[in-house]
Ligand binder design. Structure first.
Ligand code: IVH
Length: 688
């Protein structure tokens, strides 16, 4: 029977879905919030798959707080404005002159409260000041219904779909025994941020895909959360800490700010544990110092600490001055910046030929390390920051983040300072350098004939996520390429121990190990191999998609741009790069040489069985389906051997109609074409 299409919904399906949602969210919270996994990944995936299947079969079971909503899906045209019911305020900053920040704040609070000198110290909550993006999460009856950015404080932007993909944010507040009852409505205010390590991996992935690098974790968090495509946001490592409250109704407010944060934590919201309740100005000073010392050890960036009067009644009594509360203040740390000199600006040639200017700096100790180089990204960046050779510049480094030249001090520019000139020819091979009009990056045009590009391409080929050849490092590749022993990756498989052992820093043992490692990398996967080729715009995940779709390197090599665009997440730009790569005779020769050298791919799982009701049939999709996006529905139909067409004709077998379906539905009715809703489509797809 066409389940769902006649409205019949078995009661056990509903209760099972509810049970699965609760289990999955509990596992999620243990894993992401408490850092203590309670289930194996495979088991989690199984439960998740079961819930997805249930929701697919009975779309009416799908709820906004379902963990399946965390993968993203909707692509928006624009972010919609949201008026904050309680404005999102900013906070006054105390400038950092010794301990005066804390003392001034405490004095002001005592004066405003009319406390006599001998009155006991005021109690404060001291917290970290996270360096991310302020966000307001609205929960109604415990369910996350809206997330909005701060905007101008009065009106922000609706970023709900993106925020739902953040694993640490509960989609439904937990009601635990002993914890206060979850309020009817609750707006949680807090900060979305990215861990420094996650930030680095994100930028490494951006670089591998030849995409724009984020300047710092804060910009990355802001960029990710304002994404229009929530599937992209879902892949970004965003995190969150709650620190305050907007509107709330239907609960007994605790007496203190700290009590409020404890309630948040009990409901499953992430609250940072470095908060402390302290007494008077001295308590604030001690906290400021303690956190200042621990700052570099924190896994995320902070730019200061925040002091808040702990009693909510006193907070109310103190009230606001213009747009800032009188009961809170930010006490910043001096930025981790130093001055140094630009000794030179050189250029580096990357794997895809990108020519990157790099500032050689007079060594300077900043943020805990000595910095001698800093990338300047591209020519426009050098111009924008107006950096000359000989300039005194501000260098910033926060924790583990790549050092950055913030700006030049024009007033200190020496008379003999020189402007940077992008070379017209490649410093490695002498070929022409070209910069396309719509590109920020200038590139060497010699491709793999350029030794610098060849070295980078070989290092990429051998890298851990590609063919993973242990022991093939930069120093060795440099020598092998410079001595013309290594020209293409296929040459790796012809290397012999004596030739390797003759290199600098190589003994017989290391040479034998390397030859063995190269031999072992022959057994790989198609996805790794595609990634290893270093095709522009093809990162690891695109390589996986291409492998899953084509399953055979020869089929992939023969695919034209249109066929390539049928692959999940492959658009015109990627399709063009891939087609151009495989059209190149040199690349084709290297690949056939590699295959001849014995590269072997692990078998890929069989494709899904073709569904008899779908294979060979033509479908037209119209309107908005309750759970599947257009692309997903199309992919599922195609995976089962069906075709999806854009217009309805007599040859159309099925029209799949969702909400607000228009003329195509009318035409289907006129022509007597079978009309399916999403549930009926699912049944058809699952029929064997
Ligand atoms: S409280 C009414 N607490 O700093 C007080 N803000 O202007 C509202 N921030 O953009 C802010 N960590 O996003 C507060 N522990 C913390 C914070 C914090 C970071 C950010 C906040 C806002 C800015 C304050």
């Amino acid at each position: 029977m066409a389940a769902g299409s006649d409205g019949a919904l078995p009661a056990d399906a509903a209760s099972r879905a509810q049970e699965l949602r609760e289990q999955l969210e509990a596992h999620n919270s243990s894993y992401y919030v408490l850092d203590a996994p309670t289930v194996l990944d495979a088991e989690y995936d199984r439960l998740f798959g079961e819930l997805q299947a249930l929701e697919g079969r009975y779309p009416e079971l799908l709820t906004v707080d379902s963990p399946t909503q965390r993968v993203g899906g909707k692509v928006l045209d624009a972010l919609q404005p949201v008026t904050h019911r309680v404005p999102m305020l900013s906070i006054q900053t105390e400038t950092d002159i010794e301990d005066s920040g804390a003392v001034n704040f405490d004095n002001r609070v005592r004066k405003e409260l009319g406390l006599a000198e001998e009155a006991p110290p005021v109690e404060y909550t001291a917290e970290l000041k996270f360096d991310g993006l302020a966000i307001s999460l609205r929960y109604e009856q415990g369910v996350l219904v809206q997330a909005a950015t701060r905007g101008d404080g009065a009106t922000g932007e609706d970023v709900t779909t993106n925020v739902r993909t953040i694993r640490v944010i509960p989609l439904r507040l937990h009601q635990r025994a002993g914890a206060p009852a979850v309020p009817d409505t609750l707006e949680v205010r807090g900060e979305i941020y990215i861990d420094r390590r996650d930030f680095e991996s994100l930028n490494a992935a951006q670089q591998a895909a030849s995409e724009k690098l984020f300047v710092n974790p804060r910009n990355a968090a802001a960029g990710c959360i304002r994404q229009l495509d929530s599937r992209i946001a879902a892949r970004r490592p965003l995190s969150f800490f709650a620190y305050g409250m907007g509107e709330s109704t239907g609960w007994a407010l605790p007496a203190t700010h700290c009590g409020m944060l404890d309630a948040f934590a009990a409901w499953g919201l992430p609250v940072n544990t470095d908060r402390a309740v302290v007494s008077g100005a001295q308590g604030l000073i001690d906290y400021h110092r303690r956190i200042g010392e621990a700052r570099n050890r924190l896994p995320f960036d902070i730019d200061g600490v925040v002091y808040k009067v702990n009693s909510l009644a006193l907070q109310q009594q103190l009230g606001f001055r213009s747009r800032e509360p009188r009961w809170a203040v930010a006490h910043k740390y001096p930025a981790q910046e130093e001055l140094t000199e630009v000794l030179d600006i050189e250029v580096q040639v990357g794997r895809t030929g990108a020519i990157t200017p790099v500032a050689r700096l007079k060594p300077v100790f900043v943020g805990g390390v000595t910095v001698t180089n800093a990338t300047l990204h591209n020519e426009d960046e050098v111009r924008r920051k107006d950096i000359h050779i000989g300039d005194t510049v501000v260098v910033r480094r926060a924790g583990d983040v790549i050092p950055e030249v913030v700006r030049a001090l024009a007033e200190r520019r020496p008379a003999d300072a020189r402007a940077f000139v992008m070379p017209q020819t490649c410093p490695s091979c002498g070929a022409a350098v070209r910069r396309d009009e719509d590109e920020a990056v200038a590139r060497c045009t010699a491709g793999l004939y350029c030794p610098a590009q060849r070295k980078q391409a070989l290092l990429h080929f051998a890298s851990r996520r590609a063919l993973d050849i242990d022991g093939l490092g930069e120093k060795i590749v440099d020598q092998l390429v410079d001595n013309s022993i290594l020209r293409t990756p296929a040459d790796l498989f012809r290397l012999e121990v004596p030739a390797l052992a003759a290199l600098e820093r190589m003994g017989d043992k290391a040479a034998a190990n390397l030859v063995q490692a190269i031999g072992q990398c022959r057994d790989t996967t198609l996805a790794r191999f595609i990634y290893a080729l270093g095709i522009r715009n093809v990162g690891e995940s695109t390589a996986r998609d291409l492998a899953a779709h084509f399953r055979d390197i020869n089929v992939l090599m023969a695919a034209d741009e249109l066929r390539l665009q049928q692959v999940t997440d492959v658009g015109p730009v990627v399709a063009q790069s891939v087609a151009a790569f495989f059209a190149d005779a040199h690349n084709r020769a290297v690949i056939s040489d590699l295959l001849a050298a014995g590269i072997h791919f692990a078998p890929i799982a069989e494709p899904e069985q073709l569904a008899p009701g779908v294979a060979g049939k033509t479908f037209v999709l119209t309107g908005t389906l309750p759970t599947l996006s257009r692309d997903e529905a199309k992919a599922r139909i195609e995976a089962k051997g069906g075709k999806v067409s854009g217009s309805v004709s007599k040859k159309t077998h099925y029209v799949v109609a969702g909400g607000e379906a228009g003329s195509k539905l009318v035409k289907a009715q006129d022509l007597g074409v079978a009309i399916l809703d999403e549930a009926a489509l699912m049944v058809l797809l699952e029929s064997m």
